[in-house]
Design a binder for this molecule. Sequence first.
Ligand code: DC
Length: 222
Amino acid sequence: MGFIVALDGPAGSGKGTVTKEVAKKMNLINIDTGAMYRCVTLLMIRQNIKLDELEKIEKILNKIDIQFKLESEKQKVYLNNEDVSLEIRTQKVNELVSPVSTIKIVRDKLVDLQRKMAESIDVIMEGRDIGTNVFPNANLKIYLDATPEERANRRFKQNEEKGIKIPYAEILENVKYRDYTDSHREIAPLKQAEDAIYIDSTNMTIEEVVEKVVEEIEKVRK
Ligand code: DC
């Protein structure tokens, strides 16, 4: 195994942005595991597969290929050789991804892929269960948090920048709904690992959070 930083936290805590920045500064490969659950969700939507159609889900999992590629400083997500970076962020996927991520065969497959990805490279992996379940022996674990209102606010602004129009109230509702399903599911729920460093980013800038994470990495990566 390479050097592993596990970064977990709820939807909209800033994980994505922080992970990207830290990866650049510390020369780590950034792996967005939420994007992987979104890829499975997208395939199910496209093929009209329901949550309880396990045989059909198994079929797509058997053939799934997910790759992260850096293209002109932007991380792109390729699903079965197709760039789905934008499509996995639509409201339809937002709504369905939490229930999809409770399905055991989906988690087993994606966790397996995540462990393989980190076999020979140094990574910063962001998600919900990286420190608790995927890499319980990670070199460093961070749990990044913020209030639901602040997280919805950030999502709203991010969407605005991308030209995506979703009302704030709808985003807040989705954030709260996902918090609930992500932390109450049976398998590998969202939870702070006992040995994770807790960062409340509600009143911090992205730069401050990045700096804090970099400091913590420097302490353990000699
Ligand atoms: O980080 P995100 O919002 O893109 O994640 C989308 C969903 O995927 C989230 O609601 C829960 C699920 N997820 C998970 O169950 N385990 C992970 N390691 C990452 C994401």
